[in-house]
Design a protein around this ligand. Structure first.
Ligand code: DC
Length: 225
């Protein structure tokens, strides 16, 4: 008999976490939760409302007044901010450039982690982010730390962006990704860090299917336990 487990997928920007996590959730019929989308949603609302994103207090009160909803859909996850579909808007270059600053605030993170733990109460969950295995779901049955070279991640992000009509040179993406890695890894509160018991998967020269297969294999072993 298989059972629902919690799968935590962490790793640096553009390592392919959400693509992989989405596929795994589909295959296992689990709930997929993209926690980066939650930080992006708050960043988007803050920018639209001219909120000072260096202020933990201003961001926290904004978050307290915000209704964030993640709705699974066949194309991924739809993100609603106060009832409005903002799935596309939260991927804009402007949000991407500011989200690490927003995600570095201690009280913002406390509120987000609370929300994320509640979302994970459903049995069978695949959650991706930066601190899922270390802070949000330290008891997850399976923890994966997914990496890939900066070059490979920049190329993947470039191809993904092109499909959405965003044209940014690979070299520029490389610099942005490296900077986001630095900011996410060096922040004081819950930095991007591999959990001690996480399985590391370097996806640089792997296909999506190969990564999905490897993680499903690991998940099946955990479900039998
Ligand atoms: O995965 P992403 O690129 O959509 O994440 C956007 C930002 O949010 C990323 O730069 C770091 C932050 N983040 C975080 O601090 N903790 C998480 N659990 C998920 C994302």
């Amino acid at each position: 008999m298989s059972k629902g487990i919690k799968i935590a997928i962490d790793g640096p920007a553009a390592a392919g976490k959400s693509t992989i996590a989405k596929r795994i959730a589909e295959k296992l019929d689990f709930t997929y939760i993209d926690t980066g989308a939650m930080y992006r949603a708050l960043t988007h609302k803050a920018l639209v409302n001219d909120i000072n994103i260096t202020s933990d207090h201003e961001l926290t009160s904004l978050l307290e007044q915000t209704e964030l909803r993640l709705q699974p859909s066949p194309t991924g996850q739809i993100v609603f901010i106060d009832g409005l579909d903002c799935t596309e808007e939260i991927r804009s270059p402007q949000v991407t450039a500011n989200v690490s600053e927003v995600a570095a605030h201690e009280n913002v993170r406390h509120l987000m982690v609370d929300k994320q733990r509640k979302l994970a109460l459903a049995t069978g969950v695949v959650m991706d982010g930066r601190d899922i295995g270390t802070a949000v779901l330290p008891d997850a049955e399976l923890k994966v730390f997914m990496t890939a070279s900066v070059e490979e991640r920049a190329i993947r992000r470039h191809l993904e962006d092109e499909k959405r009509g965003i044209h940014t040179p690979v070299e520029q993406l490389k610099a942005q990704i490296a900077e986001r890695d630095r900011a996410d890894s060096e922040r004081i509160v819950s930095p991007l860090k591999k959990a001690e018991d996480a399985v590391v998967i370097d996806t640089t020269s792997m296909t999506i299917d190969e990564v999905v297969e490897e993680i499903i294999g690991l998940a099946e072993k955990r479900m039998k336990k």
